[in-house]
Design a protein around this ligand. Structure first.
Ligand SMILES: Nc1ncnc2c1ncn2[C@@H]1O[C@H](COP(=O)(O)OP(=O)(O)OP(=O)(O)O)[C@@H](O)[C@H]1O
Length: 433
């Protein structure tokens, strides 16, 4: 009598175990990785390290690679190779990290190039190699894609002024766009790659703060027009954009005078009561500002626009005027001012792009190794981007999905916090060249 019950119970436990373990494997919570994944992965790293190092030219020989054979000098690979030592395999929430002490004469470059081989050898999702200090490389391997379902930030966490939590980093942290640390940003991505979603998230995060938001959306205001209630100004075609940038340049000159008179080097050194409101200018589709139909007036307008933008980028950081410039592609063919402007935009975000040139232009001047990673972003990975990050140089990240409707509703709640900026109606002539 007791046997069938026991059998049924055992079967139920087995079925439950199978279902739960499958569910856990798919969702990969941290502790599941610690309990089941980390041990075998660490063992694989230790056991295969010598082979991986030898095959990827990470081992060195201090003996000569030439021998005399008869009357001939023969060159080859010495049999005795010294492999750099691993210094402990540390578990991470979604992977593991291992340090390697470089042998004299070695640089981190071949280790960075061997990242892909390591990922395959260790059956990991991705391997990233950095050099936190001289003589050491840090190999970080992630078991699954942490960006498949990025964790949402906890509600109620305080966000500093001019900071926005826009998504999650592949390292497990929050993706924060902080204008006080990095005053200007370039956001690039092919159509449907997630640029507007990122901008929407940025606006929802900045809307409750005492910050003026200014939109330049020369695609007829279709994207930024949704946030009109919280925007202090919105330009929907280039002529309006020129007027708006001109007004901001005049304001910057005024802020400079105020700072000079007060002996301050930035508006943040002014007393709080005298500090002007910070302005974040969002430009959706930079190409619309640069492309011309060839006519003289059109070219002059584009040049004027480019000059103003460059001025804002050069002087705005200390004076509380910040730029976020988004576009599908960026290249010097857009106009002579583009490369100069890019040099001023220290924050870079590269979503999926259609041409290698755009990835190179967005990230290549700062982080060569990030270019190839940006090019691996697939069409299905909307919202995934490679972004510059303080500590590690660059990192993969994914924005939190914010639909335009949700963003418009959230932003609408803070319409009464929209600062009135009379100077945005100033004309271009006042701003000078
Ligand atoms: N972080 C994200 N997570 C999940 N899905 C996303 C994310 N970001 C964007 N998407 C999806 O991708 C679609 C396109 O995104 P979005 O409109 O932001 O692209 P875009 O680069 O601005 O395109 P376009 O240049 O054509 O305006 C969205 O409708 C949304 O469904």
């Amino acid at each position: 009598m007791g046997h069938p019950i026991l059998l049924a119970f055992a079967l139920a436990v087995l079925a439950w175990g199978l279902v739960v373990s499958r569910e856990l494997r798919e969702r990969r919570p941290d502790w599941f990785w610690y309990l089941t994944g980390y041990g075998p992965a660490a063992l694989r790293v230790v056991l295969t390290w010598r082979k991986v190092a030898r095959l990827n030219d990470l081992a060195v020989s201090y003996g000569s690679n030439r021998r005399a054979l008869g009357g001939l000098a023969v060159k080859g690979t010495p049999l005795r190779l010294k492999v750099p030592r691993l210094k402990g395999v540390r578990p991470l929430p979604n992977g593991l990290a291992v340090r390697v002490r470089l042998l004299p004469g070695q640089t981190p470059v071949p280790f960075i190039e061997a990242g892909e081989a390591m990922a395959h050898a260790w059956r990991m999702f991705a391997v990233r190699v950095t050099s936190p200090r001289r003589g050491i490389v840090l190999i970080t391997a992630t078991a699954g894609d942490p960006l498949a379902e990025p964790a949402l930030p906890r509600d109620g966490a305080a966000v500093p002024l001019l900071s926005a939590v826009v998504g999650a980093l592949e390292t497990g942290g929050a993706w924060v766009v902080d204008f006080r640390r990095e005053p200007h940003w370039l956001v690039v991505g092919a159509t449907r790659s997630g640029k507007s979603t990122l901008l929407a998230r940025l606006v929802t995060q900045l809307a409750p703060q005492p910050v003026a938001l200014v939109g330049v959306d020369c695609k007829g205001g279709m994207e930024l027009g949704l946030f009109r209630k919280r925007l202090s100004a919105l330009a929907t075609f280039r002529k309006e954009a020129v007027t708006l940038f001109g007004g901001l340049v005049v304001e910057i000159q005024h802020r400079m005078q105020v700072c000079r008179a007060a002996g301050a080097r930035s508006i943040w050194e002014l007393p709080e009561s005298e500090r002007p409101v910070p302005v974040v200018v969002l430009v959706d589709e930079m190409a619309e500002l640069y492309l011309t139909n060839g006519s003289k007036e059109d070219r002059a307008e584009a040049e004027q626009c480019s000059t103003y933008l460059l001025r804002l980028a050069q002087l705005g950081a200390a004076l509380g005027v910040h730029l976020v410039i988004a576009g599908q592609r960026v290249g010097s063919d857009l106009g002579p001012g583009v490369t100069a402007l890019r040099a001023q935009l220290g924050g870079r975000i590269c979503h999926r792009v259609n041409d290698p040139g755009t990835a190179e232009m967005t990230l290549g001047d700062l982080h060569k190794d990030a270019v190839a990673v940006a090019q691996t972003i697939q069409a299905g990975e909307q919202g995934v981007a490679v972004t510059t990050a303080d500590a590690v140089g660059w990192v993969r990240a994914r924005s939190h999905l914010t639909t335009p409707q949700d963003a418009a509703r959230l932003v609408g709640q803070y319409a009464d916090r929209t600062p009135h900026l009379p100077y945005l109606t100033a004309t271009g002539e006042e701003a000078g060249q």
